[in-house]
Design a protein around this ligand. Structure first.
Ligand code: PMP
Ligand code: GLN
Length: 396
């Protein structure tokens, strides 16, 4: 065996991963716990989803079987997803050949990227960009091209995007609704992307985990509904946000049969299959009546407004949240200009944790004025955070 010293001097981490540190979500949650802070950083609810789902899972675990299931997921789950796509978007999806159940959206993204990328292929990422896209593209030895969303509304820069596309472009990732800028893409923006993908024979990968958290009467436009993208997109979603069970890690990828084959090829070698009893419980949840989805949205709308009003009153410039369960603020209005030190100070001194947003840019000098708070918390948790922020920031 190697001695401790030898292990310490040898770089074990693969080159592709070296530019990426520990996930900001881990970092901030650990810091929050260490300081007893109210954790509005990592996006998970501090309540569990409906009891009926948990009862169903418990019943399925007790009854069994508790063995491997089909690698691409149990039929009842895939059928429920197909029904949902019809119910919400009027789209027909074949559960047999077009849906793959994955270990959350996270594994869905990895399985998709690792299933389609060749070394040297290019992947376009729109910044700010969710933290897994770049490292997984790098693991597949792809080259990343970054295109920044622009202005206070994080608009898609159509010309710059067109310049980024080239014959080596294999895919673009579109996170809609977008984490962390909380925008929703318009059909027109997505059609523009569809046109470029067609022109360059590239794929669009839609990360749509917040598809049911779209506010104020807006409509979620799935990539699958863009005619140019129907056969060249992978739509990834998850049950984590919609049913408030982020720990279960049940996601899925929807794509045309030839594309789904690529996802399934890599998925079978990454994890083989997911957890049957939990898929069974989530299949039931997906079929919940529309009232469930409406109440979820009404509840989150109230929470969004509660936190947004309080942050505005404290003097933050708050960006509007069209989708997701986050609020983005500009800290310059309070005289700060460094998100990382601001978030550390807030966690340690005010007892409230949030996410510094420069980590969502490749060039960390960008986004330093932006901080993200999540509002998927009990009202009393939000109120406690507001109380602490008011006590700390109000007294400066
Ligand atoms: N994509 C985005 C944009 C997310 O915010 C998250 C996490 N909330 C995920 C993917 C991961 O989803 P899952 O927990 O299902 O892996
Ligand atoms: N998606 C969550 C967020 O944006 C975190 C998920 C995770 O910790 N991997 O905060």
């Amino acid at each position: 065996m190697h001695s401790e010293d030898q292990n310490e001097t040898k770089e074990v981490v693969a080159k592709a991963l070296r530019p990426y540190g520990t996930s900001i979500f881990t970092e901030m949650s650990v810091l929050a716990n260490a300081h007893g802070a109210v954790n509005l950083s990592q996006g998970f609810p501090d309540f569990d989803g409906p009891e009926a789902i948990r009862n169903k899972a418990a019943e399925a675990i007790k009854r069994g079987p508790n063995q491997y299931v089909l690698a691409h997921g149990i039929p009842v789950f895939r059928e429920a997803v197909a029904r949902k796509m019809e119910r919400f978007y009027g789209l027909t999806v074949d559960p047999e050949t077009e849906i793959t159940v994955t270990g959350g959206a996270t594994e869905g993204l990895s399985a998709t990227l690792l299933g389609i990328l060749e070394p040297g292929d290019e992947v376009i990422l729109l910044e700010p960009s969710y933290e897994t896209y770049a490292p997984v593209s790098a693991m597949a030895k792809a080259k990343i091209r970054y295109v920044s969303l622009e202005g206070p509304e994080f608009t898609l820069p159509k010309e710059k995007l067109a310049e980024a596309f080239n014959p080596r472009t294999k895919a673009i990732i579109v996170n809609n609704p977008q984490n962390p800028c909380c925008k929703t893409f318009t059909r027109e923006e997505l059609s523009h992307i569809g046109g470029l993908c067609t022109q360059y024979d590239a794929y669009a990968i839609g990360d749509e985990v917040y598809e049911h958290l779209v506010y104020d009467g807006r409509e979620h436009v799935t990539l699958l509904s863009i005619p140019e993208l129907k056969d060249r997109c992978f739509v990834i979603s998850s049950t984590a946000k919609t049913f408030s069970m982020t720990g279960w890690k049940i996601g899925y990828v929807i794509a045309a049969p030839a594309l789904s084959r690529a996802v399934r090829m890599s998925h079978q070698f990454i994890i083989f299959c997911g957890q049957g009893p939990l898929q069974e419980a989530m299949a039931m949840a997906i079929d919940f009546p529309d009232t469930y989805y409406h109440e979820l949205l009404a509840d989150y709308t109230q929470k969004r407004n509660r936190l947004s009003d309080a942050l505005s009153s404290l003097g933050f410039q708050v960006f509007p949240t069209a989708g997701t369960y986050y609020l983005l603020v500009d800290i310059r209005s309070l005289g700060f200009d460094d998100d990382v030190s601001f978030c550390r100070m807030l966690t340690e001194k005010a007892g409230v944790a949030a996410i510094p947003c420069s980590c969502f840019w490749n060039n960390r000098s960008r986004g330093r004025e932006l901080v993200r708070f999540c509002f998927c918390k009990k009202d009393e948790t939000l109120d406690e955070a507001i109380k602490r922020l008011t006590a700390y920031l109000g007294r400066r």
